[in-house]
Write a protein that binds this ligand. Structure first.
Ligand SMILES: CC(C)(COP(=O)(O)OP(=O)(O)OC[C@H]1O[C@@H](n2cnc3c(N)ncnc32)[C@H](O)[C@@H]1OP(=O)(O)O)[C@@H](O)C(=O)NCCC(=O)NCCS
Length: 141
């Protein structure tokens, strides 16, 4: 997984605009470029820089995955699992997710903390993965 750079923008946009990917916000090329300056767009690539997956989020604690998309033709090959694990490492993390993808997030140890709405009016779950220490802190408080 690497940080996306400006020359990746059109390939990223092609994946985000794929008809099988649910549109949840308004991601534009300029917005992506601006986020790359903040190191917030990460991509899973092969050695030819072909893009298989995208995470838009904040990798430093508090870790937040704002968007995760695996290219439709390579879904269900554990790439999403790999990207999330590599992105969050041992930190606690949160993400707004589409309800139908909940089983994916639950397998990674995330739990629903509340329900929200997307900009386009789709229901979203806010999920969170606690690390062992924070659960222990909560228990001892
Ligand atoms: C959801 C998504 C990120 C999962 O990534 P992936 O690489 O395909 O998933 P993995 O292969 O790592 O799956 C691991 C487990 O999660 C579950 N899972 C995977 N995709 C799922 C999905 N779409 N819905 C529910 N559960 C799912 C499965 O239980 C799977 O285990 P299994 O293969 O033993 O059945 C990916 O399919 C994706 O990007 N889908 C498009 C979602 C979308 O439209 N997003 C745009 C709005 S943000």
């Amino acid at each position: 997984m690497i940080r996306a750079r400006p020359h990746h923008v059109s390939d990223i946009m092609n994946i985000l605009r794929h008809p099988n990917i649910i549109k949840r916000g308004f991601y534009r090329p300029n917005w992506l470029r601006k986020n790359m300056d903040n190191h917030e767009v990460w991509i899973l690539v092969n050695k030819n820089e072909e893009i298989f997956g995208i995470i838009i989020g904040i990798r430093e604690p508090p870790v937040r995955i704002k968007k995760l998309v695996i290219r439709p033709d390579v879904q269900h090959m554990r790439l999403g699992t790999r990207m999330v694990k590599e992105f969050i490492r041992d930190y606690e993390a949160t993400a707004p997710i589409l309800p139908n993808t909940l089983p994916f997030w639950e397998k990674l140890g995330f739990k629903i903390v509340r329900q929200t709405m997307s900009l386009k009016g789709n229901p979203l779950f806010e999920v969170r993965k606690f690390n062992d220490n924070s659960q222990l802190d909560e228990f001892c408080r």
